[in-house]
Structure formats: C-alpha cells, structure tokens
Design a protein around this ligand. Structure first.
Ligand code: SF4
Ligand code: SF4
Length: 461
C-alpha cells in the first residue's frame, strides 16, 4: 500500500455551494465572542515543528498533511472575510475565498486527514490549539451541509434508532439474553444477571453498539466483573449507546440531542451514576463536552469504566490473579481518554495488577500515537485506505514491544487495531480492559468475605 489516497470521493454527493451556505460557514468565523478561535487562527509562526507529530504526515509526507496546513485552510478564509488586508489585497496576505474548490479541500483535509488526536497541539512550539481550529473547520462544513455522507449516516442512525448501528430492540434484548445464559454458565450461578431497564440501581452502564453487534464478549466480561463486585447495575434497552458521532461532524445541535437522550435515561431509571463503556470519543462527548452541549450540569455522577475497574481493584471489590494472563501485554492509549481526558494512570494500574508482563509502547500516555481510527475515520469508508496507511506508526510501535496482547479501553481503537493486525500481520490479540480484568478474576462464593490481595496499593495511582 503506498498510502496515497485522495479523498473528495463525496464530491458528487454534495450540492454546490450557494451564497446562503457559504454565509452559514462564515458565521462560525464571525462569532465575536470566540476569542480563542481568533487567537489560535492568528498565532501560527510556520516553524513546521508540528509536522512529525501527525500520523498523516508521518505516513504520507506531503505538505498538505502537516497540521499547520490544516490550520491555514481555516485561517486563510478568516483573513479573507474578517480582516481589512484580506478584503482589500487578499493575495498579499494569503487570504482565500470560500468556494467549491476550497470547501472540497477542507472536507478532504479536515474530515479525511485528521483523527482529532490532539498530538500536534502538544508538539506545537507556541501552543496553537490545532485540533480546536480543525473542529471549527468541521463546524463550518457542517453548517454548509458538507459533512461526508458516510459520517452523517452514522449520526442519522443514532438519531433515528437510538443507536448508531440501528440495532433493533428485539435483536439487542435477544443478544443480552444469551449473554446472560452464558454468564450464568461461566460463573456457575443461575442468579447471575444482566439487568435490563431496572430502576433505582447504582449504575446505568452504557455500551458501544459495536459490542452487541460485533464484540458481545466484551459485554459478558463487564457483566462478570459487575457480578464479582456485587454491583447494583442495569443497562437500558432504550438508550445504551455511549457514542456521539456528532462530536466529530461539528453539528452541536445533533450532539446535544444525543447527549440529552442519555441524560434523560439516567434520570428516568433513577441511576446514581452513569458509567461510560470503553469508548474514547463517547466518554469525551458525554462526560466533558456534554454539559456544554445541553447547557446544564449533570445531577448524577459520570465516570468511565476504566476508572470504575481501577476503583474495584484498589478497593478489593474484585480480586485477580495476574498469573492467569501469561502473555506479554502492551497498552494503546485512546487519545480522547489519555491526552484529552487525563485518564492514563488508571489503565496502567489495571494492567500492572491484572497481568504478569506489562510493557509500555514508546511513546505512550499523554504523548501516545493515535491508532488512526479516531475523528470519525472508521465511519468514513471513503478514506479506508488512507486510514490503514496512517496506522503504520502504531503497528511499528506494537511490533517493537514484542507483546502478544494489546489492551485498549476504546471500541473504536479495538476496531482499528483489529484491521492493523491483519494489514501489518502483527499476530496479536486485542482486548478491552474489561476483558483483561474478567480473564484474571478470582471468583469467590458470594457469602465469603473478600480480602484485598491485589498487589498494588492505592497510592500507586
Ligand atoms: S489532531 Fe492528530 S491527526 Fe489531526 S492534525 Fe493534529 S496530529 Fe494530525
Ligand atoms: S508547530 Fe505550531 S506554530 Fe509551528 S507550524 Fe505547527 S502550528 Fe504553526
């Protein structure tokens, strides 16, 4: 694969821009209250230091893939319509018209060549918030009706059916019923349950629809952990989807609708906490962006399942034997959890507790390299070849560790890593952290008091 794939495949599907659409796009740049945007649009000093931080430029070394080039697309339009110099002598100041050609280039680079991983931001010499500018560019395209059809259809599925894969309630319930039978067999207890639509539980647990559709065993794994922890929990059959692809499209009205539905279901089922399944962007969209989308604070607690698993282990609510997983394990940090959300110690605590041989990738944690599946890339099939090409860096990192298992707390990352496994012949197994904990569990009889024999102390976090 040469990695050279050119987008614009959606061009034929898009209506030509009208003046009205152009104005809707420009409105994003004329928002006077957004001082942050104006500052970051005007700050780039073209030093080029961000280039090598980006998986796109690394895999496909063309100038258009440098993060600063993506910023400049938006900045050049800003200069054209919002500055005196850009209005009077545009060529002299690098100002450009927002026209069909420019809009197509924006779609190709801002949607098709950015995973919104944020690594370039931490590598920028002066701290330009590149991913914020790219998000604003996506918002402009969304206002102009130019979100790629593939990404928009994923959002439409969520809006129309309640989950982004349009899984029917019948199929969902049937899947969970056989998973419950499986759980009862696995733990040898007919009272083990996967609770559905129960009111007043401690936890409303969400899922990524990829789980019931493609990876049901990750649901079983968490059910087994909840059983071991003697947790009070339930899943909603109405609104269980943790994802929010409108976060990627830049349509914040749609993002708010999806957020509000989950909010309403936590309230409806009177749960004390909403626990977000292993999903990087879903966690970011609901936990950190959600209150801004719906313009109110949550009256319930929200935490990721990574934090919950670490808490169970720290408190001795579940007991594990690290000898059960003998293979070398490495960790892929989802960008939205680690770099953007600051959740990176918890997954290390879990792995250091649950497996015998844990090894880090280089680099990792806050400076991790994106797997290439973020930013909505997995939904935009027209960029598949490019997406797999940029996964080369991650594949090389994994191979260098010699690990046989790659753990990652994100189903989007799981999907991308599965595809990299095949493309780059890595010979690895990809697991969620819930699966790692479930596989290392020591199940005890419910009546017995469980001592905390987990190896690490709370202070290790
Ligand atoms: S956010 Fe990530 S993918 Fe996007 S330009 Fe920056 S480094 Fe590249
Ligand atoms: S590192 Fe920052 S200042 Fe330098 S080119 Fe990239 S965005 Fe511009």
């Amino acid at each position: 694969m040469d990695g050279e794939v050119f987008g614009l495949q959606n061009k034929d599907n898009m209506e030509k821009l009208t003046q009205e659409k152009i104005q809707k796009g420009l409105d994003v740049l004329s928002a006077k209250h957004d001082g942050k945007l104006i500052t970051h649009l005007n700050s780039c000093v073209h030093c080029g230091l961000c280039a090598n931080s980006c998986v796109y430029y690394n895999a496909i070394p063309k100038a258009k893939f440098i993060p600063a080039t993506k910023v400049d697309l938006v900045a050049s339009i800003y200069r054209r319509y919002q500055t005196f110099g850009g209005k009077v002598f545009p060529k002299l100041v690098g100002a450009k018209d927002l026209n069909d050609e420019m809009a197509d280039e924006m779609v190709d680079l801002l949607f098709g060549a950015c995973t919104m991983c944020g690594r370039c931001v931490s590598h920028c010499s002066i701290g330009v918030d590149i991913s914020y500018v790219i998000k604003k560019g996506r918002e402009m395209l969304s206002n102009m009706g130019m979100v790629p059809d593939t990404l928009q259809s994923t959002i439409n599925s969520a809006l129309e059916s309640g989950n982004n894969m349009s899984i029917s309630k019948t199929d969902f319930v049937e899947t969970l019923e056989w998973l419950e039978e499986d759980l009862q067999f696995e733990v040898d207890d007919d009272n083990a349950k996967i609770y559905l639509d129960q009111k007043g539980k401690e936890i409303l647990y969400t899922l990524n629809p990829r789980e019931p559709k493609f990876f049901p065993l990750s649901i079983s794994a968490m059910a087994k952990v909840f059983y071991a922890a003697n947790e009070s929990w339930t899943i909603s059959t109405k609104m269980y989807d943790v994802t929010n692809y409108a976060y990627y499209s830049g349509n914040y009205e749609e993002a708010a609708i999806i957020t509000q539905r989950l909010y309403d279901e936590v309230e409806n089922l009177e749960a004390k906490k909403c626990v977000l399944a292993e999903c990087g962007h879903g966690s970011r969209a609901f936990r950190w962006e959600g209150p801004n989308y719906i313009k109110k604070e949550y009256p319930f607690d929200v935490l990721t399942s990574v934090e919950l698993l670490a808490k169970y282990l720290k408190e001795g609510r579940v007991v594990v034997d690290p000898e059960k997983i003998q293979e070398k394990v490495t960790l892929h940090d989802p960008c939205n959890l680690a770099r953007s959300g600051g959740i990176w110690k918890e997954q290390r605590y879990i792995l250091n507790t649950c497996v015998k041989d844990f090894v880090e990738m280089t680099p990792h944690g806050l400076d991790n390299i994106c797997c290439g599946g973020g930013g909505g890339q997995l939904a935009m099939s027209e960029y598949n070849e490019r997406r797999l090409a940029i996964g080369k860096l991650k594949a090389e990192q994994i191979r260098a560790t010699g690990a046989k298992i790659v753990a990652t707390p994100c189903h989007n990352c799981v999907d991308q890593l599965q595809q990299l496994n095949v493309t780059f012949k890595l010979g690895i197994k990809i697991m969620t952290l819930g699966e790692i904990v479930a596989d290392s569990l020591i199940l005890e009889k419910k009546s017995e008091e469980k001592p905390n024999i987990n190896k690490l102390e709370i202070k290790a976090l």
